[in-house]
Design a protein around this ligand. Structure first.
Ligand code: PRX
Length: 570
């Protein structure tokens, strides 16, 4: 077992000691009620509102005039919002929604870049007890349609530019009563009061929903309740080590769960100032942001770290990054090379954290007080009980690969899959929530990621369902059938590779590849298109006609084909 003593509290000569000083003791003695006391506020009637905790309480305490958000664009122009101002905007937005007839439990969706509207809009929605849904701004018309249709969203907030992607599907969305552009918001918000009675939502009331992909079918709407703020707050404090005096930068997008749990909810709740960068990835600009804002805690993803590494050490030396004190990573395996590199150039290693859209918050992680075992995801957060189980839910011994499972019922566990109760039930077996990841545990309780148990693709840390990409491909007139896999890639973790059989009369060509790529980008998403296309005569299928991606993957990677007895002749 490779144990690599990267850094310890003593080594770091920390000017501040970490919030979590002893993982073993904390794990043993954990008691949720005790940990939450003084951290997250319930109303007197025992109710809880996540947005109240993230922003409202700080708008009235000593954090009132502190910057909650530094919103930075590509030219490093900034908009600052204090906790007080952010709360006022959230209130105005909430009142505006009410004036439109939005009620408790209605769905309000956001299709926006990383500007102020997504933050106050999200918080304002939660404040009135409605359910906020977010969509990544690279989505195309089919992806937007699937989400708005399945959720029966009543309101969509978007920009003039992004709104054009709605045109072709708008009339198929009868439940969508209001499409509000940011231009319109700018005009109407001032007319609404900045005072709002925040809804005393029940701990189990839905707060937000996110669509995420599995192996089959359309993306599913994962619902999280207001109570998830407990786990988001505690993990932001004890895993990301956030303190109120920190300047924190999370590079994720609020269209994904990291951007919600650790750019809006758990991190604002800890009263740290958060930097939000809305521009494209550019190493120089990224370092400039750290330098300018004196970022202390930085939460990013392996692909970005590998891209920074590829940009070279020189660029790092050229900037003063001495403010950094704690680095975290999420979304895909953090391989040893970028981890060791970060430790060398930033003088701090990225601390890997593991979780999922469905878990709502960090479950397993590396902590400032623990040695890092390079390549491991770390140890479970206090109160979280993972295990490695076989396909029947029986626990497996250490050093045995199996399904990564979590003891069911943790506080930030998704509460349902929107309109799909059977699907929701299928996640659980013998008291375990089955994550869909393969992993093993070592003898000292560190968890090691092996891969996905299903066909889900992780490209640049973003989760993509092969079925959605295949559907987008075959909606192109030349394509008869398609099989899509994740192909290992040194920079992006995986890239999407598509095997396509053409309809009679169509010939493979580079031009056709380009046309298919554009088609997928337009309909599905700007990030979920196949970077590699291979034309084939036919695809491996089961006798019932299902495409066998396992075989495509095995062929691509030169692996054994395994059992092929149930397959149609290929
Ligand atoms: O396969 C695991 C991978 O990302 C999946 C969850 O993706 P998503 O719902 O988009 O949430 C990502 C951000 C929380 C997991 O099932 N994953 C996430 N973190 C890690 C990881 N794989 C390896 N190591 C990680 N630290």
């Amino acid at each position: 077992m490779q144990k690599f003593r990267i850094i310890t509290v003593e080594d770091k000569h920390l000017s501040v000691s970490p919030n979590l000083e002893n993982h073993e003791r904390a794990y043993r003695d954990f008691d949720l009620k005790g940990w939450v006391r003084g951290e997250v506020e319930y109303f007197d009637d025992g109710k809880l509102n996540a947005a109240y905790n993230a922003v409202e309480r700080h708008a009235h305490n000593e954090n009132k005039n502190k910057v909650a958000l530094y919103l930075v664009d590509e030219s490093l122009n900034e908009t600052k919002l204090t906790f007080f101002e952010l709360n006022q905007l959230a209130n105005r937005f909430g009142n505006y929604l009410k004036s439109l007839g939005v009620n408790h439990g209605d769905r309000v969706f956001f299709f926006l870049p990383r500007t102020a509207e997504i933050f106050y809009g999200f918080l304002g929605t939660l404040k009135i007890g409605a359910i906020a849904g977010t969509m990544f701004s690279a989505f195309g018309s089919d992806a937007i349609y699937d989400r708005l249709e399945n959720s029966s969203a009543k309101v969509l907030v978007t920009t003039e530019e992004l709104k054009t992607r709605l045109i072709s599907v708008r009339r198929k969305l009868p439940a969508l009563e209001h499409v509000i552009t940011t231009k319109r918001l700018a005009k109407v918000l001032a007319k609404h009061s900045d005072e709002l009675h925040t809804s005393h939502t029940d701990v189990d009331d839905p707060a937000f929903m996110l669509y995420t992909s599995g192996t089959t079918g359309k993306p599913k709407g994962v619902i999280h309740a207001h109570k998830a703020i407990l786990q988001q707050h505690l993990t932001a404090k004890y895993v990301l080590d956030l303190k109120p005096e920190d300047v924190y930068w999370c590079t994720a997008d609020p269209g994904w769960v990291t951007g919600i749990s650790y750019q809006i909810l758990g991190t604002l709740s800890n009263a740290a100032s958060t930097v939000v960068y809305s521009g494209r990835f550019d190493p120089k600009t990224w370092y400039k942001i750290i330098e300018k804002y004196r970022v202390t805690v930085w939460y990013s993803a392996p692909t970005a770290i590998r891209m920074l590494q590829a940009a070279g050490d020189e660029l790092v030396r050229f900037h003063n990054l001495s403010s950094l004190r704690h680095l975290g990573s999420v979304g895909e395996p953090l391989n040893p090379q970028p981890l060791l590199w970060s430790n060398r150039v930033f003088k701090h290693p990225f601390h890997d954290t593991w979780w999922q859209t469905e878990t709502g918050a960090i479950m397993i992680g590396n902590y400032p007080c623990l040695d890092i075992r390079v390549g491991s995801m770390g140890k479970p957060f206090p109160g979280i009980h993972p295990a490695i189980v076989d396909d029947h839910g029986n626990e497996l011994p250490p050093l045995t690969e199996g399904n990564l499972a979590l003891k069911k019922g943790f506080i930030s566990q998704m509460t349902k899959i929107w309109r799909r109760p059977k699907k929701y039930k299928s996640y659980f077996i013998k008291g375990w929530y089955i994550t869909g990841d393969r992993a093993y545990k070592d003898k000292e309780g560190y968890y090691w990621f092996v891969g996905r148990a299903d066909d889900v693709i992780k490209t640049q840390g973003e989760r993509v369902g092969p079925f959605e990409v295949e559907s987008a491909i075959v909606s192109y007139p030349a394509c008869a059938e398609a099989g899509v896999i994740g192909k290992p890639d040194a920079l992006r973790g995986q890239i999407i590779k598509a095997f396509i059989a053409l309809k009679p009369g169509f010939k493979p060509s580079e031009k056709l590849k380009l046309e298919i790529t554009e088609h997928v980008k337009h309909h599905l998403a700007g990030h979920a298109y196949p970077r590699e296309i291979e034309f084939v005569d036919s695809l491996p299928k089961t006798r019932s006609g299902k495409i066998v991606r396992r075989l495509l993957r095995a062929k691509e990677l030169g692996l054994p084909l395994g059992d092929t007895s149930t397959l149609e002749e290929y």
